[in-house]
Design a protein around this ligand. Structure first.
Ligand SMILES: [Zn+2]
Length: 301
């Protein structure tokens, strides 16, 4: 409402009518519907007209219900593909699912995230009032499009984080990384957080309460390899109870994992886990929805 309209209304509701002043309000108020109706002759400025018009003008926009879900462009990959976050609810606890970080070799994690989005679009009421749930279908859209585990620069986005300042050495960032296929030269990038995608995740997750990264196919749940962050371990146990995936407290034993996102986040105080699906095919939706539900219901404890 314009300040003139507001002033006119207060004048109308006061007991001190000043006729010349109210006449200005009448002509102003009466002109509004005339314009809206495309040239209908203005009604004569009687007091009854003013009251009716004032009622229309008074209809406020404050009654509009704020949106409780939406999507946001968080940034772009090296090749310019969008990295999008879908959010549900408006609580103060930020719970984030990162569906896919290992691109095309773990496509089922991307599909799981899309199924989660579709589910909460239909069941927004399942997000507790204290939670804002964010789902990022993929943080590695170039790898997903190209069918590769690594991003468009050949960097493994889960080996690029700066873990040098936490309590254990074995997870520190290195450029040449270990995989089941042997050592990948430059797989960790030229320096920690060298990649646009990992910087985006680092910044977006800085104020998260919970971060869950999906992978395949170990069929287990992992936390920081320092094993020194109780909120992450509690998150892993709760997810394990609800999903049935075992929590591997010893971490990944087959080769050294360096520069992993969950290690970095735990050191920043964010409860962070990796959930590994059991195959490269299925999304294992039901058990993962059960896990997420258990986490959201307990996040305020
Ligand atoms: Zn993975």
């Amino acid at each position: 409402m314009s300040s003139l309209g507001r002033w006119c209304l207060s004048l109308l509701t006061s007991s001190l009518f000043i006729v010349p002043a109210i006449a200005g309000c009448v002509s102003r108020a009466a002109s509004l519907p005339t314009q809206a109706l495309g040239g209908t002759p203005a009604p004569s400025p009687t007091f009854a007209t003013v009251e009716a018009t004032a009622t229309v003008v008074q209809a406020p926009t404050e009654t509009a219900v704020p949106a409780r879900r939406g999507e946001e462009l968080l940034g772009e990959s090296w090749q310019g593909r969008p990295i999008v976050g879908h959010w549900f609810g408006d609580g103060h606890q930020k719970v984030v699912l990162v569906g896919n970080i290992h691109g095309g070799t773990e496509q089922n994690t991307h599909r799981l995230a899309l199924e989660m989005i579709a589910h909460f679009e239909e069941h927004l009421e399942e997000v507790p009032p204290s939670v804002t749930l964010w789902i990022i279908p993929t943080a590695n859209p170039d790898g997903l499009a190209d069918g590769t585990r690594r991003n468009a620069h050949g960097v493994d986005l889960n080996r690029n984080a700066d873990n040098d300042s936490d309590s254990c050495k074995e997870n520190d960032w290195v450029s040449d990384t270990h995989t089941t296929e042997g050592i990948i030269e430059g797989g960790g990038g030229p320096f920690p957080f060298s990649e646009v995608e990992t910087r985006l995740l680092r910044d977006f997750l800085a104020d998260a309460r919970v971060a869950i990264f999906y992978h395949s196919i170990a069929g287990m749940i992992f936390v920081t390899s320092c094993a020194d962050h109780r909120p992450s371990a509690e998150l892993a146990r709760r997810l394990s109870d609800a999903t049935g995936y075992p929590f591997s407290e010893e971490g990944w034993a087959s080769y050294p994992v360096t520069g992993a996102m969950v290690d970095y986040l735990a050191h920043q105080g964010v409860a962070a886990v990796e959930v590994e699906l059991t195959t490269k095919v299925d999304t294992e939706f039901d058990r993962n929805l059960a896990g997420l539900t258990a986490v959201m219901e307990s996040v305020d404890e």
